[in-house]
Design a protein around this ligand. Structure first.
Ligand SMILES: Nc1ncnc2c1ncn2[C@@H]1O[C@H](COP(=O)(O)OP(=O)(O)OP(=O)(O)O)[C@@H](O)[C@H]1O
Ligand SMILES: [Mg+2]
Length: 259
């Protein structure tokens, strides 16, 4: 399995949009895909039409992360209509995060949970919350690969630098190899601002794998619990997500190379 954490501590930049639609695009290509919704807000869960799972009282990702439940992790799996498996978020994750902070091996818990599922999937995507807290650390450690969603705005560059620092500290502090696979530039426009951000990112050793423009259909897709590939298969956004799949397939499995 290749596992990517979809990351940015900035809120509302398009992480969930990218994670859910990329999962659908990978599944449409015939890959076996798992999406983990690690955001307590549960926007991915909701946007996949699985909102009712969010209020589930049974075994949840939160209880498993806290070690309060030790059944089979595959009991957490739910099938999304777009043809991939999901480990949904749950409101309990809000409470779980501060509890997780004081636990032993706190950054490695998701990695352990996902281990028995590795053989079942080709790709695993983890949708992260908008913070650089212990949940995002867990996603990065589990994934070893990071896909950063960056908004084409000047203020995004500072946030990106902070993220690079955090990844460095995970590498050094936890002795885990983490690779940034690439960037998805979101809300890309034909403006000087977009161009400036694009040029600034081009100076970094991290490739921009896709440029996604503003499309209201993406919001409609989320609200209807569908993927954009289902709602508007030939529109710009669907083309971009299919191209992103091409790019990812072409990039070497960076984490694997280092293992
Ligand atoms: N390219 C786009 N065109 C139009 N709307 C978009 C685009 N990308 C994201 N959005 C919308 O912007 C809002 C925020 O996007 P999204 O939820 O994906 O961001 P996020 O980074 O996951 O947010 P959070 O940090 O809260 O988890 C959503 O309503 C989404 O539908
Ligand atoms: Mg989100």
């Amino acid at each position: 399995v290749r596992c990517l954490a979809v990351v940015n501590q900035k809120g509302g930049v398009g992480k969930t949009t990218v994670a859910t639609n990329l999962a659908a695009a990978l599944a449409a290509r015939g890959f076996r895909v798992l999406l983990v919704d690690l955001d307590p807000q549960g926007h991915a869960t909701e946007g996949l039409g699985l909102g009712e799972r969010y209020d589930d009282q049974g075994a949840t990702l939160a209880s498993v992360l806290l070690g309060a439940w030790d059944g089979d992790v595959s009991e957490l799996l739910v099938r999304a209509p777009a043809g991939f498996d999901v480990i949904p978020s749950n409101v309990e994750l809000f409470v779980a995060e501060p509890q997780l902070v004081s636990m032993r091996g706190r950054e490695h818990r998701l990695a352990r949970i996902l281990e028995p599922l590795h053989a079942k999937y080709d790709w695993c995507l983890v949708d992260c919350p908008p913070s650089l807290g212990v949940l995002t650390d867990n996603a990065v450690v589990a994934g070893r690969e990071v896909l950063v969603v960056v908004q084409a705005q000047d203020s995004s560059l500072r946030a990106f630098e902070l993220l690079l620092d955090q990844l460095d500290s995970i590498r050094d502090g936890l002795d885990v190899d983490v690779a940034i696979t690439g960037i998805v530039l979101n809300l890309y426009e034909d403006t000087n601002v977009s161009k400036r951000v694009d040029e600034a990112l081009a100076k970094l050793p991290v490739p921009v794998l896709a440029r996604l423009r503003r499309r209201v259909k993406l919001q409609e897709a989320w609200a209807e619990g569908r993927s954009i590939l289902d709602l508007e298969p030939h529109g710009h956004a669907s083309v971009v997500f299919r191209q992103l799949v091409d790019e990812l397939v072409r990039t070497p499995d960076l984490a694997e190379a280092k293992r």
